[in-house]
Design a protein. Structure first.
Lengths: 256, 257
């Protein structure tokens, strides 16, 4: 447990030190402020909505980029620079290494969300508007989404050992995961049984990001009341655990 | 390696079968992109990004800004661009901004819960652009999308019903009833400033200067840059009209004596 904690903290520090992280963070904060420009264009009566939505989107997209680029890059960098051997030569199992990396990255995401949301809330407060409790629910769901994408990206990079393949797989699953309702609509109307069966399998494999996409209907108390944070947490935990377990199994048998 | 993938697929299918999608919002087919369809082809790429990346609300904000830019600019149907760009706010323009309803529908296809767009769009179509049939079409679209709010009496659903009633009165030529309905809408507190200005103009037209004045004073206090100048002018005019009205009344009373 102690080793796992150490690896996580080491991974967090490693992530925070990368130039890519700093550039992305600064860029996203700049974009959050640029949201103010959009509010100027959105007319007199709707600026708060635009400022809140644009900030949330910037936070989510930055986290996605961070997960995709940093996870893949840092893992492959470890392999390519052979620094992975230094870590694995110590009494640390490969499973702990992977799980430690995963938690380290999760911590990085949490820190990033905190930093960006602090700037965002500051901007909202400067504009003399307010933040509702749903805002914090949205930040939680963004974190949960990232936990799933991270487990997929990690699985991709460990099993395929290719930057492009890992990033492309994760992005495609991100897209498909947000397209689940539309996919079901198509499935219901397909008349060829084989295609219907295959698409059904695909539908049930892909992560259901719409389940966690609270940002698209947070202003409706009716739909927010239908949202269950416990179910969302459970789904994320199980989905990420499955991918993480498989990543560990693949990594255990991998020739480095 | 193959074994891992098989295990992975089985686990994921099992998980998704158990959990499915408890959030029933976009599960409802009426919100589906293939049912509603995107009304403006030229924005297909940006709108699709909203769907495939789960950014419907954000893209609907972009669409809202584009709607304002479309309606705020000179009518595309005209080719001389020398006219006052605020003309559309003061003059009725039937036949202008033909794609206005498509712009409105685009926003609410992306975010069906964006009630303000229904209110604004219906107001513009029914009273500024004199196309009540299109306004009713947009109302119908909104009522379908906000049907889940039916049980709550102060919901946006019932607010839209008031707009529908006002338009029906307009179509039936019952202008006084229409004004009463618009008054109810404005007093509800959810009306866009544009609808308030429409009501103030109606009051002025029917000689209810005091009520028109109070709306313009309220608009001036709100400080909406689109209406500040107009409010100042209207307030001066209305005060003058009220004065004339009282003078006329007092002259009539003296004559009767």
């Amino acid at each position: 447990m102690k080793n796992l904690f150490k690896i996580s903290i080491f991974s967090l520090k490693e992530n925070l030190k990368t130039k890519l992280y700093l550039v992305l963070l600064l860029f996203s904060i700049a974009l959050i402020f640029i949201g103010l420009l959009l509010t100027g264009l959105s007319g007199f009566e709707q600026p708060q909505r635009v400022l809140v939505n644009s900030g949330i989107v910037m936070i989510e997209l930055f986290c996605l980029l961070l997960v995709l680029l940093n996870t893949v890059e840092l893992f492959l960098q470890d392999v390519e620079t052979k620094s992975i051997y230094i870590i694995l030569s110590k009494p640390i199992s490969r499973t702990k290494y992977i799980v430690g990396k995963y938690f380290g990255m999760l911590l990085t995401i949490a820190v990033s969300i905190l930093i960006m949301s602090a700037f965002h809330i500051l901007l909202i407060k400067i504009s003399k508007w307010y933040v509702t409790k749903e805002y914090f629910f949205i930040l939680t769901t963004i974190f949960l989404k990232m936990s799933i994408v991270l487990s997929i990206a990690l699985f991709g990079v460990v099993s395929m050992t290719s930057r492009v393949a890992a990033v492309v797989t994760s992005v495609l699953l991100w897209i498909a995961g947000h397209f689940t309702s539309e996919l079901m609509f198509i499935i219901k109307r397909i008349k060829v049984d084989v295609v219907k069966f295959l698409l059904n399998i695909f539908y049930y494999i892909i992560p259901n990001f719409q389940l966690l996409n609270l940002k698209d209907f947070f202003d409706s108390s009716y739909f927010v009341s239908q949202f269950s944070l416990i179910k969302a947490l459970g789904y994320t935990f199980v989905y990420s655990a499955i991918f993480l377990l498989l990543t560990c199994s693949v990594f255990k048998n991998k020739d480095l | 390696m193959k074994v891992y993938f098989i295990i992975l697929i089985i686990c994921l299918i099992f998980l998704n079968l158990v959990i499915k999608n408890p959030v029933s919002f976009y599960k409802d087919e009426k919100y589906n992109i293939f049912v509603s369809r995107l009304p403006l082809e030229k924005f297909f790429v940006i709108d699709s990004i909203g769907f495939i990346l789960g950014l419907r609300k954000f893209i609907s904000d972009i669409a809202w800004i584009q709607l304002l830019q479309y309606y705020g600019g000179p009518p595309p149907e005209r080719h001389d661009h020398k006219e006052d760009i605020y003309e559309h706010m003061t003059k009725i323009q039937p036949g202008m901004y033909k794609k206005f309803i498509d712009y409105c529908k685009r926003v609410v296809v992306l975010d069906p819960l964006y009630s303000f767009v229904y209110f604004y769009g219906v107001g513009v179509l029914a009273w500024n652009l004199e196309r009540p049939d299109e306004a009713l079409n947009l109302v119908g679209f909104g009522l379908k999308n906000l049907e889940f709010q039916k049980s709550s009496s102060d919901s946006d659903y019932w607010e839209l019903v008031k707009y529908q009633q006002a338009i029906c009165y307009k179509l039936g030529g019952k202008y006084l009833e229409m004004i009463d309905k618009l008054k109810e809408i404005v007093e509800g507190g959810k009306a866009p400033n544009m609808v308030k200005a429409i009501l103030a103009n109606m009051y002025k037209k029917y000689g209810r200067y005091e009520e028109a004045l109070s709306i313009w004073e309220e608009l001036l206090l709100v400080n909406d840059p689109e209406y500040v100048e107009r409010a100042k002018i209207q307030i001066l005019q209305l005060k003058k009209l009220i004065k004339e009205k009282y003078e006329k009344n007092s002259t009539n009373t003296k004559r009767n004596f």
